[in-house]
Design a protein around this ligand. Structure first.
Ligand SMILES: [Ca+2]
Length: 364
């Protein structure tokens, strides 16, 4: 990261979030005002925890904890942008700007690609809740980022990515335009407070969001000018939730639909306490499905000291395939999420947020 330590000013508590585990010079910015202004960047492709993350995001917005400035997709195909629009509309916020990656982004293949069938099914079930069938039709995510960031107060925006980093690379490399005379990196440095990223593996490994576009991941990691908080694979893989929302009646709830369609029955899955001690990866257990993305968006809104603490260090990428290594360092430029609450308690909170019912049923 190219910025100096002086940028890392911790502002302790304005919303009751004291951060006992974080030194005063830590590179983490705690939310200083509510609602937290947030841009959500999702891949919405293979895994459906992105749908759960949007449910958590909207539930937190309903509670007044965040203001959703924009929702963009980093997936270059098919139903991704439409699904994002659909969820925004179902939660009563149809006017949130939506954008999608343009050009050679990470794709899901043809419209029949298996990872998008569940989203195509969702678009068919709720035809009035979306406008852009596929990413090619949707507005350019880079333009959405620049327009939305330029209109916000300096240092006010939290970015949360739960997918590939293609959009952020293109934002950083963007040129001055009608929205701002600043180039992308200067605009981010001016407007963004902190970036929360679901990605990488700690202590080392190769993670999906990184390995699918490793060049973008490396570029963004090495050029991002604000603090970074990492929700790594090995933190959030053992937060399991989703049974509660999947068990809701089939009465027109797209979050319920996705979890009910995609999660295998509990009786066919091992219990979490059979899996967690082994250190193995398992995407579904009796308690639910991994909450990689839900944990990241919850962290981005509530900040360090809420349900998680942070460890400082340095994230580095190795080679060109997406491998990474984390080195703990009290003076390191990055931060990663570590346990404060037991992960099953975090899962219970996510379960409760995902069953939040939409107050506005007029659009259904
Ligand atoms: Ca994702």
């Amino acid at each position: 990261m190219a910025t100096g330590k002086a940028l890392y000013i911790v502002v302790l508590v304005c919303v009751g979030l004291i951060v006992p585990a974080v030194a005063v010079d830590a590179p983490i910015v705690v939310p200083t005002a509510v609602p937290v202004k947030i841009i959500f960047d999702t891949d919405m492709i293979g895994d459906y925890d992105d749908v759960g993350a949007m449910a958590v995001l909207h539930a937190l917005a309903d509670r007044g904890e965040c203001e959703i400035l924009a929702t963009v997709s980093s997936t270059h195909s098919n139903a991704s942008a439409g699904t994002v629009e659909l969820l925004n509309a179902w939660y009563g916020r149809p006017d949130i700007p939506v954008g999608a990656v343009k050009g050679a982004g990470v794709g899901g293949g043809s419209e029949k690609h298996r990872s998008h069938i569940k989203y195509e099914r969702l678009l068919a079930k709720y035809p009035k809740l979306w406008r852009h069938r596929n990413a090619n039709d949707a507005p350019d995510a880079t333009d959405v980022y620049r327009r939305v960031l330029a209109a916000q107060p300096d240092g006010s925006v939290t970015i949360c990515t739960v997918g590939f980093l293609t959009n952020l690379r293109r934002l950083l490399q963007s040129k001055p335009d009608c929205h701002s005379p600043l180039d992308g990196r200067a605009l981010v440095k001016r407007k963004v407070k902190v970036w929360y990223a679901m990605g990488w593996k700690i202590p080392k490994g190769r993670e999906c969001n990184i390995m699918n576009d490793p060049a973008s991941a490396r570029y963004v990691l090495e050029n991002w000018p604000t603090p970074i908080v990492i929700d790594d694979f090995n933190y959030s893989q053992y937060i399991y939730a989703g049974r509660k929302v999947a068990a809701l009646p089939d009465n027109g709830n797209p979050v319920r639909d996705i979890f009910a369609w995609c999660m295998p029955p509990a009786e066919k899955c091992p219990a979490a306490d059979e899996i967690i001690p082994t250190g193995r990866f398992k995407d579904n257990v009796k308690e639910g499905h991994n909450c990689f993305d839900q944990s990241c968006v919850l962290a981005a809104v509530r900040g360090p000291g809420s349900f998680f603490d942070v460890e400082r260090g340095r994230m580095e990428m190795l080679g060109d395939k997406g491998d990474n290594v984390w080195t703990p360092d009290p003076n390191g430029p990055h931060a990663r999420m570590v346990d404060k609450w037991p992960r099953m308690r975090v899962a219970a909170l996510i379960d409760d947020l995902m069953v939040k019912q939409c107050a506005d049923s007029a659009n259904k």
